[in-house]
Design a protein around this ligand. Sequence first.
Ligand SMILES: Nc1nc2c(c(=O)[nH]1)N[C@H]1C(S)=C(S)[C@@H](COP(=O)(O)OP(=O)(O)OC[C@H]3O[C@@H](n4cnc5c(=O)[nH]c(N)nc54)[C@H](O)[C@@H]3O)O[C@H]1N2
Ligand SMILES: Nc1nc2c(c(=O)[nH]1)N[C@H]1C(S)=C(S)[C@@H](COP(=O)(O)OP(=O)(O)OC[C@H]3O[C@@H](n4cnc5c(=O)[nH]c(N)nc54)[C@H](O)[C@@H]3O)O[C@H]1N2
Ligand code: SF4
Ligand SMILES: [Mo]
Length: 745
Amino acid sequence: MKEIKKVVCIQCHSACRQAVEIEDGRLVGVGPDMDFPKGELFSTIVRSCPRAHAITDYFYHKDRLNYPLKRVGARGENKWVQISWQQAMDEIAGKMKVLIDRYGPETIGTTCGTGRTTDEFRTRFFNLLGSPNIVGQAEICYGEYLALMYAVFGWKLFPVVQKETKCTLMWGGGGPRYWNALWKNITKAHKEGMKLIVIDPRGIDATRHADLWLRVRPGTDCALALAMIRHIIKEGLYDKDFVEKWCHGFEELRERVEPFTLERAAEITWVPADKIRQAAELYATSKPAAMTHGLGIEHTVNSMETLHAVFALRAITGNLDVKGGDLFTTAYPDIIHEQEIELIDKLSPEQRKKQFGADRFKILTQEGFRMTQEAVPRVWGDLTLNRSSQFQAFAHAPTFYRAAITGKPYPLKAILTVASNPVVTYGNSKLVYEALKNLDLYVVVDFFMTPSAQLADYVLPGTTYLERPWIWAYAMIVGSERAMPAVVPGQYERWSDYKFWKGLGDRLGQEEYWPWEDLEEVYDYRLKPSGMTFKEFMARGGFAAGKGGYKRYEEKGFGTPTGKVELYSTVLEKMGYDPLPSFREPLESPVSSPDLAREYPLILTTGGRFLPYYNAEHRQIAQHRKRYPWPKMEIHPETAKSLGIEDGQWVWIESPRGRCRQTAEYDKNIHPGVVHAQHGWWFPEEPGEEPSLHGLWKSNINILTDDEPDHCNPINGGWPLRAFLCKVYPCKPEEVWEGETANVG
Ligand SMILES: Nc1nc2c(c(=O)[nH]1)N[C@H]1C(S)=C(S)[C@@H](COP(=O)(O)OP(=O)(O)OC[C@H]3O[C@@H](n4cnc5c(=O)[nH]c(N)nc54)[C@H](O)[C@@H]3O)O[C@H]1N2
Ligand SMILES: Nc1nc2c(c(=O)[nH]1)N[C@H]1C(S)=C(S)[C@@H](COP(=O)(O)OP(=O)(O)OC[C@H]3O[C@@H](n4cnc5c(=O)[nH]c(N)nc54)[C@H](O)[C@@H]3O)O[C@H]1N2
Ligand code: SF4
Ligand SMILES: [Mo]
């Protein structure tokens, strides 16, 4: 019997609406959900998406984890025995209890990833446990963006590009690989006359469409933004009414940007002065304008200051909360939000203080979270209804991993990794590896064996988006609730991440806080304010959005301490940081470290998104690997030739911290002094046991990245994944393993 079921695809952040085809209980295919009001928008995306095409290969893959595994033999030996969930959970909880008695609950930590699971239960579990040590990608992926938006605007903005939009500025990302739907809207509006400005060191899809492309030197965006602000002010192109009424600290900002003439910025950024002028004028005079979010800014050491500058740019041009510009998102009100599920108030003030790195990198910590949220309720109401997600309140990952190795400031003895692959995706893989090896207890919940999982004591099988029901608001970033049922439930012994957290909670004295047997019961509870059950919500399309609006600040101002947009941030000032944006050279660059640059003459930037892969996922899918077998490093042909590197040749990429191998790809658009390497590479087909760990040490660019706390962004502790120095040279024939590995899939 054939059935069609409606789901939200969560294989990437685009959250496309899909219609999944089920035959006799088996998933057979997927297409777009044309009944969804925005079905048309998603239809071409789903139809052309390689991950959607490969859905059955992914779902029924022979390497999926199906049963709980316990390590036998030494850590990293890839020797496992199958056990029951009951045994796994009893043993894990038992070991945690012993560690908690000896070292306190803060000795237990967790790593999370891209936010595509029910992370609110992770947070609930940790708040009830008494450990503030959740780490994730927050410092380098959207968390800091959110935190600073709260500090500067008192709420969160999202670019909603529509026919009214006159200009979109894509600053270091936000293209088709990121939010497909947004990109579709951008290309549509562009065809109708909207101007597109792209700021990126590489030629990417977006630059081909751009009216203006600024090929910036990696890591110098803040200087560019400050010069644009200066030019806009100088030429009187800013929104004087808005600035006068709604901006705090305009004069201080004006003073701060004064040294950043177009010429000086051109020298720093390698972008010609006239192009900076054009970008400033186009952005300031094409109103309304929207600006995308991107990692090109967030993965540099100057990330927070740069964000501050681009936020100021958005504000002084009067593009906030206007139709066609950057809008304040609001949540659907008739639901108990993820944030309420998190039970943030259960974590005691004493335990909060113990958060790793909180004394130094403040904005993303528990205390920083409180400070950035403090003035919000005056404008936006009850925080339990509207507050931001606790993924703005993470521990500092580099400090966390160091504590596992050194025991300082106190020992970290256990990590639960749910939905991430830290040894591949965090900065400084060698250090993460050492930390994981040193733990008393390491548990991984995933769909597949990964290099991180190979280092675990227990590896537990999780359920994908097709196997568990879900309501997702993406930490309320987008302001709507989207739901889906479990379409192919009950395969093998896979558990939802919810069940995992509840299982631990029940065993560790939290029973009263885990009254719901399964996720559907949770969602019935959460939907109570709406008067619907989960099934009823699904029957009505499974989608609910908050009430929008424009220029809502006119009524109550902004949710900041001054009630205005804080160009001069009183929140940053209170935390002891510079209240204004300031430019700093990348720590490693031809300018800041010329001696090092003699040995490592190229600037390396990493991680540009590409299909079909999603971060470190999907490398085991045969059809993907056939199309995209090996990692690529982009290099200018002239540079490559001068180094004796041919197009397609395997090369070593080396930084002062280590080296890895990728294949060179000639790219005449990239600056001759810059190379770009991919992230997320490991090889599932290679041996799982050490030293291979599925080829972890071959092509993983995070062997080269730095996470030394002294080199992190001082405000949020973000580690620089982009803009550092490297050298590149050809591999010897015996150093190339291509061809040994035919056995994917
Ligand atoms: N050098 C460099 N490094 C980077 C980046 C870069 O640009 N350059 N990008 C960074 C960014 S922005 C991010 S967000 C991170 C991503 O880092 P991670 O989140 O660690 O990314 P993945 O390795 O894809 O890890 C996801 C893992 O979780 C599993 N998984 C997926 N969904 C679920 C689920 O619902 N439940 C469970 N239990 N498991 C699940 C997948 O199978 C996969 O193994 O990488 C970062 N690392
Ligand atoms: N296919 C695919 N899609 C993905 C992901 C994936 O792994 N694969 N990952 C998802 C995740 S976790 C995230 S967070 C989003 C991120 O989505 P994006 O922010 O769009 O991420 P990237 O493509 O890594 O980086 C954006 C651009 O930054 C540029 N860049 C590098 N250094 C600099 C710099 O110093 N300054 C400037 N201005 N630009 C620079 C790169 O050339 C790149 O084109 O994508 C999501 N979507
Ligand atoms: S773009 Fe592809 S993988 Fe991403 S949500 Fe849409 S269908 Fe899924
Ligand atoms: Mo990310």
